[in-house]
Write a protein that binds this ligand. Structure first.
Ligand code: HEC
Length: 175
């Protein structure tokens, strides 16, 4: 009798394991994906002008994609320019478009010995957040411009797909 009960218990456990594995396989095959924060944010499109939580994402995106060249604090080195001056370009005529384009399509000027590579692989929300990180943390934008001037993900999305060359981006820099 004891053997019989032990066998039953074993079969029950085995049945649980098999159905668990089957459920797991089913979830995998139907692309049941528990998405990460960045993927979710990439699909989130706030309306223009709406403020969004850029601070933490902006710092993270900057450190991962920009700090290698421009330095963690944005002071630059050698051929990599310091970023504090970018904030002054923002309120200028065409400055906003120029700044967004240089991130999406890169920049090749005679001022520096190296070009800035295109950063268009970064999702809209993360790129807008990184730009705001540069403008506020390094450029102290808040000292001379209202918060409405911050970059929104929708603006980045709107300027994608133009296929501008890095040399042409330079032509659009406000003088
Ligand atoms: C591989 C190195 C490299 C990386 C990575 C890089 N940059 Fe640059 N960046 C440059 C160089 C070089 C220039 C200057 C290009 C020129 O003047 O031709 C530049 C220029 C700039 C400018 C100044 C434009 C101006 O007109 O004054 C800004 C702002 C900027 N980068 C922001 C960023 C941000 C934000 C990131 C990350 C999303 C980033 N860069 C990633 C190399 C880099």
């Amino acid at each position: 009798m004891r053997h019989f009960l032990a066998n039953i218990a074993l079969y029950v456990i085995a049945a649980f394991l098999v159905s668990g594995a089957a459920l797991f396989a089913l979830m995998r095959s139907t692309q049941f994906v528990l998405t990460d924060e960045e993927t979710m944010l990439a699909h989130y499109r706030p309306a223009a002008g709406e403020s969004f939580e850029w601070r933490e994402l902006g710092e993270r995106t900057y450190v991962a994609n920009c700090a290698g060249c421009h330095g963690r604090d944005g002071t630059g080195r050698d051929q990599y320019p310091p970023l504090a001056t970018a904030a002054a370009l923002l309120p200028m005529h065409g400055g906003r478009e120029y700044l967004i384009d240089l991130h999406l399509y890169g920049l090749a000027s005679a001022r520096r010995r190296a070009p800035m590579p295109p950063m268009g692989h970064i999702p809209d929300v993360a790129l807008a957040a990184a730009m705001n990180h540069v403008l506020v943390e390094f450029g102290q934008l808040q000292l001379f411009a209202p918060a409405e001037l911050l970059i929104t993900p929708a603006e980045i999305a709107a300027r994608r797909g133009a296929g501008i060359r890095p040399q042409d981006v330079e032509q659009r820099r406000p003088r």
